[in-house]
Design a protein around this ligand. Sequence first.
Ligand SMILES: NC(=O)c1ccc[n+]([C@@H]2O[C@H](COP(=O)([O-])OP(=O)(O)OC[C@H]3O[C@@H](n4cnc5c(N)ncnc54)[C@H](OP(=O)(O)O)[C@@H]3O)[C@@H](O)[C@H]2O)c1
Length: 246
Amino acid sequence: MKLIVAGSTGFVGTEIIRQALSHPEVTSLIALGRREISVPENVGPNADTTKLKSVICDDFENYPQSAKQELAGADACIWTIAVTPAQLRAMGWEQACKICRDYAIKGIETITQLPRGDGEKKPFRWVYISGSSSVRDPAEKPWVLGDYCVMRGDVESKVLTYAKESKGTVEVCVAKPGMIDAPGKGGLLMNLVKTVGRTLIGLPKVDVGEISAALLDQVVNGFEKDTLQNEDLVRIGQEIIQGKAK
Ligand SMILES: NC(=O)c1ccc[n+]([C@@H]2O[C@H](COP(=O)([O-])OP(=O)(O)OC[C@H]3O[C@@H](n4cnc5c(N)ncnc54)[C@H](OP(=O)(O)O)[C@@H]3O)[C@@H](O)[C@H]2O)c1
């Protein structure tokens, strides 16, 4: 399988790439981003780093021909490009919508339409990572980060509709994690503050290793359902990780 990881420099994108390098079913791995990446640290002993190719795109609303050529022939894409709530304050709302919504829509429309060769016999598998608080119905707008959650939910609806209207050529799965954590991420005090805040607002948690293992499993073996909630990501991720440890 030729897999694209869009947002390859990010927290989740980096871990997906690290795991995909050791995944026997992933034979070609495209790291798509606005910056070059190198091989992540701590790759496993079975990692095949020769299958990794970094592809730079300097305009996610108008893909250059050179990027399209590298992306052609892919079987699946995991889309992680977005602005997280913590980064919202650093940019205007229009810019945040452009990155979270317009880039995601343009991405699925462009990449799934590229020539795929023999791959065309099977549906293109597209994973869109959203968040557990995002809502598809604006009437359910939450008190905290309401506009952001409605905008991200709107993208979920749009990519799912795109798959529905694709006549079976594209399958979409929306992943809705709560907080994504990693061992050693943040200091002791910061982690305590985060745990208290998370518990107060009822935000679930998934480890970055778990969500990455779960999403890789889903693009390789097929989507269990069109929306994976946090508990699904933890369950599938743990099954994969524990299976490997046996
Ligand atoms: N982290 C969490 O706790 C959490 C929780 C729930 C949901 N999520 C969702 O999971 C997904 C991945 O999150 P993450 O934590 O991995 O985020 P991240 O570390 O901030 O990574 C975001 C990625 O998007 C890219 N990006 C941002 N702005 C861009 C722009 N203007 N043009 C091109 N690329 C741009 C970044 O590239 P650069 O490195 O070049 O900036 C990076 O590769 C997001 O959809 C996020 O909302 C995350």
